[in-house]
Ligand binder design. Structure first.
Ligand code: GCU
Length: 131
């Protein structure tokens, strides 16, 4: 199954916080990135992986897009994190990725002044191998 990297263990850019005031998150909290363009949350992960799945909540009515980068290269631009209906309603956004073996940096960077959604975790799905 997937390997989970909690957002409370991630790096959050200036102005962001690790919070625990909206129930239903995994682990001990979630990352509340600053409401600003360029606000980011960054995980150190170990490949290989074939997909990235982000747990998140967005209690507003507008999507919160982020660029997803791996080792500094944007692999998915302006990926919308749609409204979930409440800050306590958690959902997921997933993207396929070709992540080789070894250590990698996965960063999500807000592309709007709203900043990122509240981010709960990043799950890495193992590479699917032919049998
Ligand atoms: C509210 C909410 C935060 C959220 C913020 C936002 O303040 O309590 O958890 O991060 O809105 O709009 O980003």
């Amino acid at each position: 199954g997937p390997t989970r990297y909690e957002a409370e263990s991630a790096v959050v850019s200036a102005g962001g916080t690790i919070d625990a005031n909206h129930a239903g998150y995994s682990g001990t909290g979630f990352a509340n990135g600053a409401n600003a363009v360029g606000s980011y949350v960054e995980w150190q992960v170990t490949g290989p992986a074939s997909a990235l799945t982000f747990g998140y909540a967005n209690g507003t009515t507008a999507a919160r897009p982020v660029d997803i980068s791996v080792d500094g290269t944007v692999v998915a631009a302006a990926v919308p994190f749609p409204a979930t209906g409440a800050w306590t309603t958690w959902s997921t956004v997933a993207r396929s990725v070709s992540l080789p073996s070894g250590s990698h940096t996965v960063r999500v960077t807000a592309t709007t002044a709203d900043g990122p959604a509240n981010l709960d975790y990043l799950d890495l799905s193992p590479e699917v191998r032919a049998s």
